[in-house]
Ligand binder design. Structure first.
Ligand code: GP9
Ligand code: MN
Length: 657
């Protein structure tokens, strides 16, 4: 008995040592593998100014240790399976980020995940965002699966069962558990130091303030790395939604009040346009991915947007109008156009804070006797619209279920039929009304059925850029029919018609634009192309016709419409300009880019002011970055204030005062 026990002890000692050796080799291999994937992702993302430095790799190693330390607490089988599952999980997250980035220029966040419908609805688009050489990313899966299969076959052949550990003495078992526990804790501690020490260093040097403002996820990623970014995103989400309501220090609240006051003072002028169209109907059309660069342009002698061009001759056309959207895309365009606040740096306000207070155009108009309605032929829950539209004060949301899908196209109903059916509905709405229409046929990936393709896109016929032009030509045709029907229904002379694009088309390849426009483009040109959408305002009497080239943006729509309708905006909390006032314009994009009448600032993804580029709009050449300093600080403060208003629900507090 005595000798027997001794033998077992000897076997157990060597088994224990083997187990330690196994972990000692396999764990660094796991870290190395994940580090390779993180490096590969960074390389494939190819974000300008963002390159994985040595210190970033240290952060990456630390993050991998933080997410995997607990595997050490498990026995051999569990340990191995956990690492394999972690590999699958982290690979899936990172690859999804890559695909998402290719379309949205951003990373997946918790609020985005809460809108899973969004991602799955991309369908065809997602296919076009997956590249064959992404397969490198999954090579290890093939090796791991092959290894697992070989092992399994070997075991079956030997007809042995899985190792049973009962032969080990209780003493050695306990010792092994303690050993594993301590190793896990050590890995966590080392991982935390490797992760947080460099991040702390960054946030105290070149990335100062990045976590307070977190104005752009790309900048956060540049500081934290991909895993760190997701960790921070979870923390940020928990902070927003768990625990007591956050409050803002008094001084910050006062600064925000002062900002609203300053904006309101700049807007309020009593000129001829103020109240000139009091009680007119208002129809606003938000057109999917409708950009400015192809307005007035032709291809093979054919205009891309002949109907819009015709309409321009009897309307106001704002040729320097910017979309100010972020991750919330269509919903952000909707939010900023109706609330005159900026959308959030991550996720959609519609999804994250639909119950907070905002001074929204439909609610304001309803208080002034209007019937506000919204029309969009898609699932009502998409972008959390049902809830948000109810809170925005609309009488009714005409969604997909309210339309007859008599001409299916893309995600849903063709724009042509959508416009027709929406106008039919409007005949039974009490005037004055506010009708907001959101089109859909020109959504990525822009595939319009052959029989509806009316444009010869020539050299672009086989690519996504050509498809885009084709889909815009289709929408333009539908828009032409829409205005004709408005005239027939007697709406033309008593309605303000507004048409604008929601955001860019996600096609970022410069050569397409250079080929189309027939000239080489600098960074300023590209930045403006990707951020400008057209705004057209047709006034009931057809007055003020012309092109307006001062900078303006989606935040300006609501205050400008209220001006025309004679509703003062001083009691509302809005950050936009009044397009009918002679004021100095200041337009801030969600990325921190901004423009006034003289300069355009393009921020650097690393968030450092000096690394951004300041352009003189007269010469269209780069000027000293210092010329953008004041605007940069202002833009940052404006974005931060807007974010705080939304996140802290400040308007409910300001209204109570
Ligand atoms: C769908 C439409 C498209 O309802 O709003 O949204 P997008 O993908 O452009 O944000
Ligand atoms: Mn859209």
């Amino acid at each position: 008995m005595y000798f027997q026990r001794d033998n077992n002890l000897g076997n157990s000692w060597s088994r224990n040592n083997k187990l330690h050796l196994f972990r000692f080799i396999s764990y660094p291999l796991f870290i190395l593998l994940m580090l390779c994937k993180i490096t590969l992702i960074d390389h494939r993302l190819n974000i300008p100014y963002v390159n994985l430095s040595f210190l970033d790799s240290i952060i990456a190693i630390g993050s991998i240790m933080i997410v995997s330390f607990w595997a050490f607490w498990l026995p051999r089988g569990g340990y191995l399976i956990s690492l394999v599952l972690l590999n699958l999980f982290l690979t899936a997250i990172m690859y999804s980020d890559l695909v998402y980035y290719r379309y949205f220029g951003d990373f997946i966040t918790i609020p985005v995940l809460l809108q899973t419908g969004q991602i799955s609805s991309l369908g065809d688009s997602i296919q076009s965002l997956i590249h064959w050489n992404d397969l490198y990313f999954f090579v290890d899966w093939v090796i791991i699966s092959a290894y697992a299969i070989i092992k399994l076959i070997q075991r079956l052949r030997r007809n042995t069962s899985w190792p049973i550990h009962q032969t080990r003495s209780t003493y050695l078992r306990r010792k092994s558990i303690l050993h594993r526990f301590i190793t896990g804790i050590l890995i966590l501690v080392i991982g935390s130091v490797l992760t947080f020490a460099p991040i702390k260093y960054y946030s105290e040097t070149w990335a100062k303030g990045v976590f307070e403002s977190n104005w752009w996820n790309i900048t956060l990623y540049n500081v934290t790395g991909i895993l760190g970014f997701h960790g921070y995103d979870i923390y940020r989400y928990a902070q927003d939604h768990l625990g007591p309501d956050p409050t803002l220090p008094e001084e910050e609240m006062d600064a925000i009040k002062a900002l609203f006051q300053q904006k309101s003072d700049q807007r309020s002028v009593q000129n001829e346009a103020f109240g000139k169209y009091k009680n007119s109907n208002v129809v606003v059309v938000q057109v999917e991915a409708f950009m400015n660069f192809m307005i007035g342009k032709s291809i093979n002698g054919e205009e891309i947007t002949p109907n819009f061009n015709k309409l321009m001759k009897e309307s106001m056309y704002f040729s320097n109008y910017y979309h100010q959207t972020g991750q919330g895309r269509t919903s952000d365009a909707d939010f900023s156009s109706h609330s005159s606040l900026h959308p959030l740096p991550s996720g959609s306000v519609f999804v994250r804070y639909p119950n907070h207070h905002y001074d929204m155009l439909p609610t304001i108009l309803k208080e002034h006797g209007y019937s506000p309605n919204v029309f969009h032929a898609y699932d009502s829950s998409f972008w959390n619209r049902t809830i948000m539209y109810n809170n925005m004060g609309y009488d009714r949301f005409f969604s997909k279920k309210d339309f007859t899908i008599d001409e299916p196209m893309g995600w849903s109903l063709s724009d042509n039929s959508f416009f027709k059916q929406s106008l039919d509905e409007m005949t039974s709405i009490t005037e004055p009304f506010y009708s907001f229409l959101i089109t859909l046929s020109s959504h990525h990936p822009y595939t319009i059925p052959k029989d509806k393709q009316g444009l010869d896109v020539g050299e672009f016929s086989d690519n996504i850029f050509g498809n885009y032009l084709q889909s815009i030509h289709y929408v333009d045709d539908a828009l032409g029919k829409f205005t004709e029907q408005m005239k027939k229904q007697g709406l033309w002379d008593n309605t303000i018609l507004v048409v604008y694009g929601d955001h860019d088309n996600s096609i970022k390849d410069k050569p397409y634009y250079e080929q189309f426009l027939g000239k080489s483009l600098n960074d300023l040109d590209m930045e403006q192309i990707m951020n400008q959408v057209p705004l057209l305002v047709h006034l009931p009497d057809g007055s003020q016709v012309g092109e307006y080239s001062e900078p303006s943006g989606q935040l300006d729509m609501t205050p400008s419409l209220l001006h025309l309708l004679g509703i003062p905006t001083d009691s509302y909390h809005m950050l936009g300009n009044n397009l009918f006032a002679e004021e100095d314009r200041f337009v801030v994009l969600r990325s921190g880019a901004f423009s006034d009448n003289n300069v355009f600032y393009i921020p650097s993804p690393d968030g450092i002011f000096e690394n951004g580029r300041c352009y003189d709009l007269n010469t269209r050449e780069k000027t000293t970055v210092g010329s953008c300093r004041v605007g940069f600080d202002q833009a940052k403060f404006q974005l931060r204030s807007s974010d705080q208003v939304i996140q802290y629900d400040l308007l409910s507090k300001l209204d109570d005062e």
